[in-house]
Design a protein around this ligand. Structure first.
Ligand code: PEP
Ligand code: MG
Length: 323
């Protein structure tokens, strides 16, 4: 399958009407790094740092993290890498952390909630990112931000760490961008000031969809009832893009759905210009994007929405099959 798309590997994902979509990859382990080269990915849109913590039996040391993150940045060779701070919680339990007994771990003490309440590990991670950069630009994003004030607090912790690194004589990144993952519906309705302050937003569609439909992403039976191309969800995503465009906040989508060609096309039609996905999905997604007129795709979607359909999928799939 990889050979099938090798002819377009180095070509841009540009639609027939000239819209370019940035396709980057999701990663988390050193084994993913060769895919940066082979897939044609434009950098790493989501680096899931918790995977490094989950494969160990004790807390990694800062020095080890610095070395790991350096290897990631070297492999990316100047392309952007969005390092996501630890997304652990009582479902992704670190063997060396005290387990929490929570009835609903997915809605529990996880990700940035844990990071803000116990900032020691987050600080160590932020130091490791800064040191690994050795002056190169740094992009960090915080998972599971549900309200403005969590983003502000995380940003303050970062600023303090940065000042301290400067005092210790470390070279600072030449540029820093601090983003938030939009994974809870609440953040879509945050005050304007949040969007203005946030350097970029990355939509974590796996969690966002689970909370939008109140359907556990791990529970096949309920998850499958709700199509990602359901008109309610698609219109919700469109509204998020509109808010970001209005405030000039760059936005990308990094949930698994971005790696499905029909979904990726619909996200592009809703205004997304950056998608991050499994490396193996980049070829198929790019292949479809290069064959379509985005304005036409948008009108097919709009007609399906106006018709009262539950999902735009049948109309879009039908349109694609006639291309
Ligand atoms: C998401 O929720 O869409 C996401 C990218 O994060 P994760 O799958 O790691 O929760
Ligand atoms: Mg998530």
């Amino acid at each position: 399958a990889a050979e099938r798309y090798s002819s377009i590997r180095d070509k841009p994902a540009i639609t027939l009407d000239g819209t370019e979509i940035r396709l980057s990859m999701n990663a988390g382990l050193m084994a993913d790094l060769p895919s940066l080269e082979s897939s044609g990915a434009q950098g790493v849109g989501l680096f899931r740092t918790e995977l490094q913590f989950l494969v160990r039996n004790k807390m990694p040391r800062r020095g080890e993290l610095v070395e790991l993150y350096k290897r990631v940045l070297n492999a990316a060779d100047g392309q952007r890498v969005n390092f996501r701070t630890l997304d652990i919680g009582s479902d992704k339990v670190l063997p060396y952390m005290k387990p929490q007994d929570e009835p609903n771990p997915a809605m529990g003490w996880r990700a940035i909630r844990l990071g803000l309440d116990k900032p020691g590990v987050m600080r160590m991670q932020l130091q490791a990112f800064i040191r690994a950069c050795e002056g190169r630009p740094l992009t960090v994003m915080f998972p599971f931000v549900a309200q403005f004030d969590e983003y502000i607090q995380a940003r303050e912790i970062f600023e303090k760490v940065l000042e301290n690194e400067a005092r210790l004589g470390h070279i600072l990144p030449e540029r820093v961008e601090i983003g938030a993952m939009l994974e809870t519906p609440s953040l879509a309705f945050a005050p304007e000031q949040f969007f203005e302050m946030c350097d970029f937003i990355s939509v974590g569609g796996n969690d966002l969809k689970q909370f939008f439909f109140a359907a556990d992403r791990e529970n096949e039976r309920v998850r499958k009832r709700y199509d990602t191309l359901n008109v309610s969800f698609l219109s919700f995503l469109e509204g998020i893009v509109e808010r970001c465009v209005a405030s000039g906040t760059p936005i990308s989508f990094c949930g698994e759905d971005a790696g499905r060609p029909v979904e990726a096309l619909c996200f592009a039609a809703m205004g997304f210009r950056a998608l991050s996905m499994r490396p193996a999905s980049i070829g198929p997604v790019k292949n479809l994007l290069r064959r379509v007129d985005l304005a036409e795709a948008k009108s097919v979607i709009d007609a399906a929405r106006a018709s009262g359909a539950q999902s735009v999928r049948p109309a879009v799939v039908e349109w694609i099959s006639n291309l």
